[in-house]
Design a protein around this ligand. Structure first.
Ligand SMILES: C[S@@+](CC[C@H](N)C(=O)[O-])C[C@H]1O[C@@H](n2cnc3c(N)ncnc32)[C@H](O)[C@@H]1O
Length: 264
């Protein structure tokens, strides 16, 4: 049922050439795993965009706005970077994933494809109408292992915890404690940290009482909204000058340490 509907809409929209062109571009930029490439081929991006963009725009390697009002903005992220992020998470079949920021649901669907029927993706979206639209679209496409939750992702989603992986698709100034509580020890989190100068994509590993940085990239994401949408107060300029790795103590103070960040 799912494959038939996807295939039919794929043909109707004849996006194949654009899809392949974009994949070539992504593969020229990054070394991507076969799993991510297979998921990308199965889930054409245009099926997740409900605004009127041309096929060229929907397969351009840049983010597209999919929602805007006085309070909120949402985009479907830059495709090559979405694929890179999913690869960095090192997803395995059977994994359970928590995403903050469902947006179009494309990222969640790609992850759902990789974790397979034995796994699950729970994706939280703060814009209620967008959450509903995305939920309806995933159901139309027959994607059963991705659940869209309407709400503030700062509290995670305890009913499905613990998670093997977590991912932010909006930039935060603080790492919500819920993500530390709900990700398994040894699990990984891709966290987007907004600083005064740049956004950092941090790949973190969960330890008993904190997260440790495994790697980082610069990036650009829409800001996180809701209860943890604090003003940007941290400034990591000095950290970027060092070879140091971050340790992040989410929302709670460790002996003598009242900052979220410290260099090991
Ligand atoms: C870059 S967009 C998401 C891209 C998305 N993953 C996709 O594949 O289309 C970031 C999303 O995060 C949502 N967001 C921002 N703050 C949030 C919060 N506190 N909880 C849940 N979602 C949030 C925004 O409304 C927006 O839809």
């Amino acid at each position: 049922m799912r494959a038939t509907r996807l295939h039919k809409r794929k043909l109707e929209n004849s996006g194949m050439e654009n899809q392949e062109r974009l994949l070539d571009l992504a593969l020229n930029k990054y070394r991507l795993s076969p799993q991510v490439v297979a998921a990308y081929k199965k889930l054409p991006r245009h099926l997740f965009i409900k605004r009127s963009y041309s096929m060229d725009e929907m397969y351009g390697d840049y983010p597209l706005e999919i929602y805007r009002d006085e309070k909120y903005i949402s985009t479907i992220s830059q495709p090559s970077f979405v694929m890179l992020m999913i690869d960095m998470l090192d997803l395995k079949p059977g994994h359970k994933v928590l995403e903050l920021g469902a947006g179009s649901g494309w990222n969640a669907a790609l992850m759902g494809e990789i974790v397979g029927p034995a796994g699950k993706v729970v994706s939280v979206e703060i814009i209620p109408s967008l959450a509903q639209e995305t939920k309806d679209n995933l159901s139309f496409l027959g994607i059963a292992n991705v659940e869209i939750i309407s709400g503030d992702g700062a509290t995670g989603y305890p009913p499905e915890a613990p998670y093997d992986r977590g991912i932010f698709t909006a930039g935060a100034t603080d790492l919500p404690k819920a993500f530390h509580e709900q990700i398994k020890v040894g699990g990984k989190l891709l966290f987007v940290l907004k600083t005064q100068s740049i956004d950092l994509l941090l790949l973190l590993i969960k330890k008993e009482d904190h997260f440790e940085e495994l790697s980082r990239l610069s990036c650009s994401f829409v800001p996180m909204k809701g209860q943890k949408a604090a003003r940007i107060t941290n400034d990591l300029d000095t950290l970027r000058d060092t070879q140091g790795k971050l340790e992040i103590y989410p929302n709670f103070k460790k002996e003598g340490r009242d900052s979220l960040f410290s260099i090991t």
